[in-house]
Ligand binder design. Structure first.
Ligand code: SF4
Length: 459
């Protein structure tokens, strides 16, 4: 066995010893994580937090469309399958009412730094529905001149007419989900989407001047091998996305029942998952992408890469963002908003959500009010997830914790992850070989009881 193999083996066995392969750890797109939200936050808090938005400032807006034409087996999204447009139309009417309520409540002069439509499948809205929704949104708050309007596009569920409406409304970033291009893998995960269909969708998008493209791809799928993921990544790179999210497939059939259609025995082992990730990562780096946080890659001129260099990269419910707006408002069933004061999540069931909006009230069902300690831990975790380090100077200056107390926290974590965490004059750093442990290390800064939350594997 060569020296490199031997050292790879020993790193792998140490990662295993630290619990990498069997740990259930959050993805830390929020802190505290959503299972810790509770009913102490209601629509009155939500309205009060909107009132405190600075007049003339920019906010982010997320719009949720929880419908799909078919339900893919691998997908753990909370979404309803529907062949007919009537439930979608009814939902849209409620959503427009909610958007208009927000518009009436927002302080004057507020504009959107980001508008994102996600789901589900927002592109199953018919063209006239899309037009009504964009008009209602921009009446409530116009897109800022430097704002970004992005939509999750399902290549199986898009056409010229719908893209014409979106382009005319100012959409300037598209997000497409790919998973894997291998036909056997697609059939086993219950999601058929050929390379040709995907490429045609990308061509249609670009021909309308929508030049920014995000793509999601998955590792850890059944029957995935290093060769197969390499082929999928190469096909993906031929579409030249600006940003790629490389997510690990989380097999949690006890939470997402349709995943029980997927043969567990065909899933790669945790060690193989790590190799699949590394194989894909090497290809992206080789092609000139920058590594962004734990699972994203971006072209060097993309906003995420620039934000990483400027120290303004942030983490939110959509993964990584270069948006620095202080408030992200989520509308639609189950959507989560983040304000400087805390989180507010809408009721999840479409009928509960609809009933509340019809009642003339915002649909907040639960949330969390930040404590000063939450704010400090949240920023430490965000720094780890974005930059693989925590800056002593930033944390002591911003949150008033003493250097000695912070150093004691760092020392405990360094003892727990000996060899995978380094302490320097300016704080704590995760070196390259420790990066697969980032979520595990972040968990050491989490003050909440994680045993009640069903999180996904660390890798
Ligand atoms: S992958 Fe997309 S289309 Fe499939 S169920 Fe999930 S949200 Fe719906």
């Amino acid at each position: 066995m060569g020296e490199n193999n031997a050292s790879a083996m020993s790193t792998e066995s140490q990662l295993t010893r630290l619990g990498l392969f069997d740990a259930k750890v959050p993805r830390y797109t929020s802190y505290p994580t959503a299972p810790h939200f509770n009913a102490s936050v209601d629509d009155g808090d939500f309205a009060g937090w909107i009132d405190q938005i600075e007049p003339g400032s920019q906010i982010s807006l997320y719009i949720h469309v929880p419908f799909c034409r078919r339900l893919c087996w691998f997908c753990a999204c909370r979404t309803q399958g529907t062949r007919s447009d009537s439930p979608v139309r009814a939902y849209l009417d409620t959503l427009k009412t909610e958007v208009a309520m927000l518009g009436r409540r927002l302080p004057s002069g507020v504009t959107l730094s980001r508008l994102h439509w996600g789901g589900g499948t927002p592109t199953l809205l018919a063209p006239d529905m899309m037009k009504e929704l964009t008009e209602t949104i921009f009446e409530a708050a116009p897109l800022h001149e430097t704002g970004e309007f992005s939509v999750e596009i399902d290549p199986n569920e898009i056409d010229e007419a719908r893209l014409d409406v979106l382009a005319a409304a100012g959409m300037n970033r598209a997000s497409i989900g790919i998973q894997d291009f291998d036909p056997q893998i697609q059939s086993v995960i219950g999601r058929i989407q050929s390379y040709d269909v995907t490429r045609d969708a990308v061509d249609m998008i670009r021909s309308r001047g929508i030049n920014s493209l995000n793509a999601d791809i998955l590792y850890g799928l059944p029957h995935q091998s290093n060769e197969r993921i390499a082929e999928s990544v190469q096909k993906l790179m031929s579409l030249s996305p600006d940003r790629v999210a490389l997510y690990g497939y989380a097999h949690v059939p006890w939470m997402a029942r349709r995943q029980s259609m997927i043969p567990a025995e065909a899933l790669p082992t945790p060690e193989a998952r790590l190799k699949l990730y590394e194989t894909a990562k090497e290809l992206f780096l080789w092609d000139g992408y920058r590594e962004i946080g734990i699972d994203h890659f971006a072209r060097p001129d993309d906003g995420l890469a620039r934000a990483l260099d400027a120290g303004t990269l942030r983490r939110n419910f959509q993964g990584y963002t270069d948006d620095t707006a202080p408030a992200l408002i989520g509308l639609g069933a189950s959507s989560i908003s983040k304000f400087p004061q805390g989180y507010a999540q809408n009721l999840s069931g479409t009928s509960d959500y609809t009933a509340r909006i019809r009642d003339g009230r915002f649909a907040t069902g639960r949330g969390h009010v930040f404590t000063p300690e939450d704010n400090m831990r949240s920023r430490m975790i965000e720094q780890l997830m974005c930059e693989f380090r925590i800056s002593t100077a930033e944390i002591t200056e911003t949150f008033g914790i003493s250097k000695g107390e912070l150093n004691r926290m760092f020392q405990d974590v360094a003892d727990h992850f000996a060899g995978f965490v380094e302490l320097t004059n300016d704080g704590l750093v995760i070196p390259e070989h420790g990066k697969p442990l980032t979520r595990m290390i972040a968990r050491d800064f989490d003050a909440y009881d994680l045993s009640k939350a069903g999180h996904s594997s660390a890798i």
